[in-house]
Design a protein around this ligand. Sequence first.
Ligand code: SF4
Length: 210
Amino acid sequence: MNKEKRLQILTRLRDDNPNPTTELNFSNPFELLIAVLLSAQATDVGVNKATGPLFAVANNPQAILDLGLDTLKNYIKTIGLFNTKAENTMKTCQMLVDLHGGEVPEDREALEALPGVGRKTANVVLNTAFGWPTIAVDTHIDRVSNRTKFAMGKNVVEVEQKLLKVVPAEFKVDVHHWLILHGRYTCVARKPKCGSCIIEDLCEYKDKVE
Ligand code: SF4
C-alpha cells in the first residue's frame, strides 16, 4: 500500500473518531495496568464487569495486597485464567510497592519486568496512561494491518515495527485504538463488514465481503 492511501485511511479513521481510547474502564495508570493484565484472552466487557467492584474497594497496589489472594480471586473469578492472573497481579503489586513506591513506572523495561506484563501490555500502558506513541499490536490490529495491506508482517512484532515505520507522527498515539476498534467492529475475523466499511475503497483486501 502506498503512502497516500495510508494517509487517507488514517485521516478517515480520525475524522470518524477524533478522540479514541480503550474500552477498558480505568481511572489511573494502576487500574489500566491491572485491567490490561486481566484482559488476555478475555473481552473488555468481561474485564470491566469484574474490575468495577474490585477497583471500588482497591485501586492501588497496597490495597490489592491487603485484600489477599483469595479475595482477589473472588473478584475476578468470572475472567478466564483468573488463577494465574490473580497470582501475577499479587506479584506485580508487590513489585510496584517494593521497587516503584506504589506507582506504575513510565518505563518499558520496568513494566516488562512485572509478572504477567509482556510487550503488548507495556505498549498499552505507555500509550494510554502516559501518551507515548507506542503501538500495541493484538490479534485485531494484526488482522486489519495485513488484510488491508496497510502494514504487513508475519507476526505481531513485525506488524508493530512496520506500523511504527509507516504511520506519520501525528497519528501514532491514536492509531492503536483506531485499528483495534476497526477490527473489533467492522473488519471482524470471519466475515468482515466491507459493505459498511469507511475505508472500503482504500483497502487492498482481495476477498471483500459485500
Ligand atoms: S473493506 Fe473489508 S477487509 Fe477491508 S478494511 Fe474494510 S472490512 Fe476490512
